[in-house]
Design a binder for this molecule. Sequence first.
Ligand SMILES: Nc1ncnc2c1ncn2[C@@H]1O[C@H](COP(=O)(O)OP(=O)(O)O)[C@@H](O)[C@H]1O
Ligand SMILES: [Mg+2]
Length: 437
Amino acid sequence: MTSNEIKLSSLVQPHFRRMWRSNASYFVLNGGRGSFKSSTVSLKLCVMMKKQTQQGHKANVIIIRENATNLRDSVYEQIIWALGMLDMTDEFICRTTPLRIFHRRTKSTFYFYGADKPERLKSNSARDVIAIWYEEAANFKGPEVFDQSNPTFIRQKSPYVDKVPVYYTYNPPKNPYDWINRWVTQQELNPDCLVDKSTYLDDELGFTVDQQLALIEQYKKNDPDYYRWLYLGEEIGLGTNIYNMDLFHVVNKLDSGDPILYMAFSVDTGHAQSATALTAYGITAKLKVYVLDTFYYSPAHQSVKKAPSQLTKEIHDFIAKTLKQYPNAQVIKRTIDSADGAMRNQYYYDYRVRWSPVKKLEEKDMIDYPQSLLAQGRVFVLDVPGNKIFLEEHRKYQWDEKTVQSDKPRVIKEDDHTCDNFKYFCLSNAKFLNLKV
Ligand SMILES: Nc1ncnc2c1ncn2[C@@H]1O[C@H](COP(=O)(O)OP(=O)(O)O)[C@@H](O)[C@H]1O
Ligand SMILES: [Mg+2]
């Protein structure tokens, strides 16, 4: 064995040896979180690059994510990491505008693109392509991007390689009807495609740190189905009920050993038929979430419905009352349904306080946030009258059966106002709550 081979065998999990040595043209690497997919592909690409630059050849690697804003913190950093692991850092220059990493001597380049800017992909004139990588492939809108860009890049193949291998890495979505879960069954039929599934359990080299293993155990204990999806990469299906109600731990009092240090408010508003549902959330020192109390007003069947100026007063009073009970807690955010500008303006006019409109995602993506928090066993609901409706609505919250067997599942939009505010709370405080989905 050469010293290079020794080095690689200490970096690449034995699980990926088959993929590493394979002569296939397409590689689909899927599996659970933390199964070394991204790191392995980044190492592979750097080794391929090294082979070319050592011979003085110019070679280019194309790396694509669903969205340009995610490039820098993920694939760009990932390649820098891999270059470091392979002692190649000094040979390269990293640029952020535009995002590029290039080899000093040969000008060989790692290009990074977001599929949300298709014009950049199309106008790409990089020749000498030696590989393509689609990272987080499940986040793409569909397989069209692959079908459109692969031929373009493959046409620009470097004369020094036989083929341009294409790598796809992703964690399978829960929903078996999600496009990528159907797409992969097609790929399995392609003799020129290697489909590989990995999990964190494939860690023969002992890279996974204890803290990570402890977190995984927490998921496994609290919500085995969620664990199977997130860490074993199984398509567990959506089920009919969106939430497992056992994960909303109803309690009579707070935990004296873990005080509430922060508060956040989140509101879903409605004026004609839909209710206004405002929930006060407490966040503890250990980042547990307490559903403290809920304010709920439904204008349905009321002959005279409350005006925004009446509602803002009631909301303000409710918040003042709750804050009084937790005088030491600091308010970190007030989140409001982004569809409602009127209430937001009214509140600012009345109280000079700005609510943050939530940046909504697709329903199934938004639901991932509360589900992740719940699956970690971090949600507690105070048994107070105001929260009855919170529990009731979450218990009833369901996928619309007619849409469950599709790529775009929808929820039944009835009595889901506290469910909406809970999603908005999780989404807009995701960073603070350390929620990675
Ligand atoms: N060769 C290695 N040495 C040390 N840590 C590694 C190595 N390869 C991977 N890791 C770590 O393992 C973790 C999971 O790897 P990653 O490739 O991100 O998994 P996935 O893409 O499957 O979710 C990362 O935190 C990464 O830093
Ligand atoms: Mg990854």
